[in-house]
Design a protein around this ligand. Structure first.
Ligand code: S3P
Length: 189
C-alpha cells in the first residue's frame, strides 16, 4: 500500500491534532463536501466542528435562501463575515464555510490571519452532480446549474488558490479527502 492510500493510525492523528493551534477552515466551491468532510475531520481530530452557514441561519433565524431573497447577497456577505469572525475566535476546531466566503477579500483576510485555510477542490462534473441533488442554493436558481457552477469556479479559483493547503475531493468517498487533508496537515504544520 502506498503512503497516499494508507490511512493514518490513531497515534499519528493524535500527533497531528497536538500541533494544531488555530481553526482549520475549509474553503471551496459549493458541492465539494466541506460540511461532510469537515465533520469527519473534526471527529477524527477530536475537535469541535462548526458550519458557518448553519451559524448564519441560527443568528438570522432564517435560511440562507430567505436571507438572499429578502435582503440580497451583499447583506448575506456582511453577516457571513461577522459570523466567521466570531467563529474564528473560538480557538482550534474545524470550520466549514460557504462557497463564496473566502472569495470576499475581508473574510479571506480574517481567515488568513486567524486560521489555516484548506481549499477543497473538485472537477466541475462532480460539483454539478452533487449540487443538483438539493435545491437549497440561491445562486443556482437563476439559470443552468452546470453553467453557473463552471462560471463561479473559474471566477473564484484565484481566491481559493491563496489557501496554503489544497486537497482534491473528487467523486470517491469523502473519507479519502479526509485522509488527504490529514496528510497535507502533517507535512504543512
Ligand atoms: C454560496 C454557497 C453556499 C451558501 C450560499 C452562497 C456561494 O454554501 O453560503 O448559498 O456563494 O458559493 P455551500 O458552499 O455550503 O453550498
Amino acid at each position: 500500500m502506498t503512503i497516499e492510500t494508507r490511512s493514518l493510525t490513531g497515534a499519528e492523528i493524535k500527533g497531528i491534532a497536538a500541533r494544531i493551534d488555530r481553526p482549520l477552515v475549509l474553503v471551496g466551491m459549493m458541492g465539494v463536501g466541506k460540511s461532510t468532510i469537515g465533520r469527519k475531520l473534526a471527529q477524527l481530530l477530536d475537535l469541535p466542528f462548526r458550519d458557518a452557514d448553519d451559524e448564519i441561519e441560527r443568528a438570522a433565524q432564517m435560511s440562507v435562501s430567505e436571507i438572499f431573497e429578502r435582503f440580497g447577497e451583499a447583506h448575506f456577505r456582511d453577516g457571513e463575515r461577522r459570523v466567521i469572525a466570531r467563529l474564528l475566535e473560538s480557538g482550534s476546531g474545524v470550520l466549514a464555510t460557504g462557497g463564496g466566503a473566502f472569495v470576499q477579500p475581508d473574510t479571506r483576510a480574517l481567515i488568513h490571519s486567524k486560521g489555516i485555510a484548506i481549499w477543497l477542490d473538485s472537477d466541475v462534473a462532480t460539483l454539478v452532480d452533487r449540487v443538483t441533488r438539493k435545491d437549497t442554493r440561491p445562486l443556482l436558481r437563476g439559470g443552468d446549474p452546470a453553467e453557473i457552477v463552471a462560471r463561479l469556479k473559474a471566477e473564484r479559483e484565484s481566491a481559493y488558490s491563496e489557501a496554503p493547503i489544497k486537497v482534491m475531493s473528487d467523486a470517491g468517498p469523502h473519507g479519502e479527502a479526509v485522509n488527504r487533508i490529514l496528510k497535507a496537515l502533517d507535512s504543512w504544520l
